[in-house]
Write a protein that binds this ligand. Structure first.
Ligand SMILES: Cc1cc2nc3c(=O)[nH]c(=O)nc-3n(C[C@H](O)[C@H](O)[C@H](O)COP(=O)(O)OP(=O)(O)OC[C@H]3O[C@@H](n4cnc5c(N)ncnc54)[C@H](O)[C@@H]3O)c2cc1C
Length: 459
């Protein structure tokens, strides 16, 4: 009997445009598709676990439709992948690369273990438009500014066209056992909002892309900033789990939609995702340490009460509270509001950006180490191409500008019922309770704190 190949699904939970899977299938061997849940290394919040449960179920269903099935195991992938290769007699293991530092390390261990036992290891690129080493400055250094990075990307040969999903797949030996993962919340079952808002899985991801191109691409550059509108693609959790790949999104826009400012703008957002991953590959400390080293001595505050009010959406500032409640209920928050709530936490409250990133990690369905870390550093002013220290979003003005009719804050803050429109974003001026912090005073406090930074732009 021909020895099988093992395909190790990681964050590429799809059959189409999956180069590692395509290479495994092309070998013509029996195939064992496997996913390892490794909570020790791949730490997930509750929202990610909920998504993963449904995404794995969708993947298993589409494998079964093709005659195969998904083997799931729980534990350390660095041990389990070589062990499974042994158990199944596989001669080669295929997968796609990940850029997270822990995942790269794990992949190196797996590869070394397999090679030692004479097995081949093949890793493709399912997660990025361009290889992280391929896009550098003329001096061969990583870009730290987005615009020249994205320009350099667009000057490269376009990413290759997406690969088709395999047709029929060989059956998996009945004797290979699969673990049940206990990923869903039970007591209490807090996932009602997630169920209402999302449909995980590869076909849902493709449907979301089609819907976006059909209904929302036209006008995207303006409507993408209005949180009360469904103006963006909401593809982020699908991209996060690899239910759809960036090449598929890129080509769907480039090849199927007429060229337009809206299309360029949307692709540039995909470019920000790419930029974040390239940063993480070059600066593996991105999730924990400020890219700009002078921020290491920043005088952050410890204020558990204010932080809890922020997390619960009880700051008294409508845009901030609406955003944090949207996050809690749906596992997602509009990008404009993410910037506002992050700026409020790190600047008005002077709470470390790492605390904010950790809460987002626990609650977002699209929580992604690269984009989350890079974005928090961007807002804090300590990252690549960061917002200048003095850009302190004023959540009242942001609300009045981007949610002028109040559709967004009224949706998430029912207590504002009865507040006249002109006071909606500053209800304390209509006699409602004052927010937990004075916006003008805390802005000045932040500017003073930034002025203490050695080598800061203030000097
Ligand atoms: C503080 C903060 C934390 C964030 N954390 C995450 C995170 O953990 N995971 C995540 O995917 N995005 C994160 N973002 C980026 C952005 O808010 C989301 O990607 C976006 O809101 C997702 O909605 P969408 O799919 O409708 O976006 P669209 O506007 O439709 O954009 C299309 C795709 O481009 C990518 N993208 C868009 N904006 C950005 C951006 N600023 N940075 C990186 N990629 C982007 C996403 O993959 C997105 O799905 C964060 C932003 C901020 C300010």
């Amino acid at each position: 009997m021909t020895a099988p190949a093992l395909f190790w699904f990681r964050r590429d939970l799809r059959l189409a445009d999956n180069p590692g899977l395509a290479a495994a299938v092309a070998g013509g061997r029996p195939l064992v598709p496997v996913f390892i849940h490794d909570p020790e290394h791949d730490k997930s919040g509750g929202a990610l676990r909920w998504w993963l449960h449904h995404s794995l179920a969708a993947l298993d269903a589409s494998l079964r439709r093709r005659g195969s099935r998904l083997i799931v195991r729980q534990g350390d992938a660095a041990e389990l992948i070589p062990r499974l290769a042994e158990e199944t007699g596989a001669e080669a293991v295929y997968c796609n690369r990940l850029e997270e530092p822990w995942a790269r390390k794990q992949q190196e261990i797996v590869e070394a273990g397999l090679r030692k036992s004479g097995r081949a290891f093949v890793a493709g690129n399912a997660a990025l438009l361009f290889e992280t080493g391929a896009i550098t400055t003329q001096a061969g250094l990583p870009f730290r500014v987005f615009t020249p990075f994205w320009r350099a990307c667009l000057q490269e040969r376009p990413p290759s066209s997406p690969l088709d999903a395999p047709g029929h797949l060989p059956p998996v030996d009945d004797t290979i056992a699969s673990d049940d993962l206990d990923l869903l919340p039970t007591r209490p079952d807090w996932a009602g909002g997630l169920r209402e808002h999302w449909k995980p899985g590869e076909s849902a991801a493709m449907a979301a892309l089609d819907r976006f191109i059909e209904d929302r691409l036209n006008g995207y550059s303006q409507r993408r900033d209005e949180p009360g509108e469904a103006g963006t693609s909401t593809l982020s959790p699908h991209l996060r789990f690899g239910e759809i790949g960036p090449r598929q999104v890129f080509h769907a826009i480039r090849d199927n939609a007429p060229p337009s400012h809206d299309a360029d703008r949307f692709l540039a957002e995909l470019g920000w995702r790419e930029f974040s991953y390239h940063l993480l590959a070059h600066f593996p400390d991105l999730p924990t340490r400020p890219l700009r080293s002078e921020f290491a001595g920043f005088p952050w505050r410890d204020d558990p009460e204010a932080e809890a009010a922020w997390r619960k959406g009880k700051t008294g500032i409508p845009l901030i509270d609406a955003g944090m409640r949207e996050l809690w209920t749906t596992g997602w928050m509009h990008n404009r509001v993410r910037m506002a709530v992050a700026s409020f936490l790190v600047k008005n409250l002077l709470i470390p950006w790492q605390n904010g990133a950790a809460w987002f990690w626990d609650t977002l369905v699209d929580a992604d180490l690269a984009s989350n870390s890079a974005s928090w550093q961007w807002v804090a002013g300590c990252g690549a191409d960061a917002a200048p220290y003095f850009r302190i979003f004023n959540p009242v003005l942001q609300g009045e500008k981007f949610d002028p009719g109040g559709a967004y804050v009224r949706r998430w803050c029912p207590e504002l019922k009865g507040v006249p429109d002109r006071y909606l974003h500053k209800p304390w001026e209509a006699g409602r309770p004052k927010p937990i912090v004075d916006l003008a005073g805390s802005r000045q406090r932040a500017l003073d704190a930034f002025a203490t930074l050695k080598g800061s732009p203030l000097e």
